[in-house]
Design a protein around this ligand. Structure first.
Ligand SMILES: *Cc1c(COP(=O)(O)O)cnc(C)c1O
Length: 351
């Protein structure tokens, strides 16, 4: 698919990842919980994958809980944590421009009695630390703000959010599906208590992700899937060895540099009248582009019939302007001229 520019929605599985996964699909299929040689080989492969992912964010291997993806990781972080507080309830702070899986989980938590504050971004899509500090209440139990925005590419000041949460003894969760491997993450330095990642945004397989949970074994999380004690008792179900091995292989083989695609893209987009949204602190692979006129949109679409999204993939099927574009103050009319062009992601030097 050489006209595919929707990598923020999903990436292909790289050849190295496929090669790493293959033996665990057939030859070495044993259940990692089985107490025999083949089972122990699976368990060891999973342990090595856990170490690889932990090291990437400077966590401990025991703090990595494998899930089916970032949506499940986000659900486990928010519901798993708040379900410990069902009797007293409490207050949660998030933002208006989270991924739908965070916003819909928050709406559900409101429906059962929790209070939620949705912080508004500025016109660049940045959430300010002072706006977070201003909303903290005596009963605030959790802050959940993403790291990199999936529609704009904007990098949020999560280290400042973490410091505010730490000072106030509030747990801090971040959805890092769009930043993991691109940006440097240090969960201690950034005071992050929980962090969500996804395989298929980093050239890994779909259907795998993880939640980092500080001190997972002693955490207050309530599992969403009760099972046979897998994943520190926080996520039941037979461990998908091939997917877990694939996730680690994706981390290990994540590209450090972009090839010439970014340069080619700049040459193309320079031929059009547009503004880029998302401010100055953005990841280089995600471009939210507003074309100046409908005519300019048409000219772009006919010259470059690329597979791109209006808003995010999740919004694309409904015909309303994306909640992210509305939140940064765009009119419906301007939002209609706005597209997300996302190039193959790679590590960026400084976040
Ligand atoms: C893709 C994405 C998700 C969902 O991840 P899945 O692994 O597909 O469930 C959540 N949050 C953000 C920011 C994303 O980009």
């Amino acid at each position: 698919m050489d006209n595919y520019y929707d990598y923020a929605a999903s990436t292909p599985v790289s050849q190295r990842v496929l090669d790493a996964m293959k033996p665990w699909e057939n030859e070495k299929f044993a259940n990692a919980s089985s107490d025999h040689q083949a089972g122990r080989a699976s368990a060891l492969a999973i342990q090595q994958a856990r170490e690889c992912i932990a090291e990437k964010i400077r966590a401990l291997p025991s703090e990595i809980i494998f899930t089916s993806g970032a949506s499940e990781a986000n659900n486990l972080a928010l519901k798993g944590f708040t379900f410990k507080h069902l009797d007293t309830k409490g207050h949660i702070i998030t933002s208006e421009i989270e991924h739908k899986c965070i916003l819909n989980t928050c709406a559900f938590l409101e429906s059962i009695g929790f209070e939620v504050t949705y912080l508004a971004p500025d016109r660049d899509g940045r959430i300010s630390p002072s706006s977070l500090a201003a909303e903290i209440r005596s009963n605030t139990i959790l802050i959940s703000i993403h790291h990199v925005n999936n529609e704009l590419g904007t990098i949020q000041p999560i280290k400042e959010f973490g410091a505010i949460a730490f000072e106030n003894n509030i747990r801090f969760h971040t959805d890092a599906a769009q930043s993991f491997c691109k940006c440097d993450i240090d969960v201690d330095d950034m005071d992050i208590d929980m962090l969500s990642i996804s395989g298929h945004k980093i050239y890994g397989p779909k259907g795998i992700g993880a939640l980092y949970v500080r001190d997972a074994r002693d955490s207050e999380l309530v599992p969403l899937i009760h099972g046979g004690g897998q994943e520190a008792g926080l996520r039941g179900g037979t461990s998908p060895t091939p997917l877990i091995v694939g996730l680690a292989a994706a981390v290990e083989s994540y590209p450090t540099k972009s090839d010439s695609i970014e340069k080619q893209f700049l040459d193309v987009i320079a031929k059009f009248d547009f503004t880029r949204n998302g401010g100055v602190s953005v990841v280089p692979s995600t471009w939210s582009v507003t074309f100046q006129t409908d005519k300019e949109v048409k000219r772009f679409m006919s010259d470059y019939p690329w597979l791109i999204s209006q808003g995010s993939a999740c919004n694309a099927l409904s015909n309303v302007a994306s909640h992210v574009l509305t939140a940064i103050g765009m009119s419906e009319e301007t939002a209609r001229r706005t597209y997300r062009i996302s190039l193959p992601p790679h590590q960026i030097s400084e976040s």
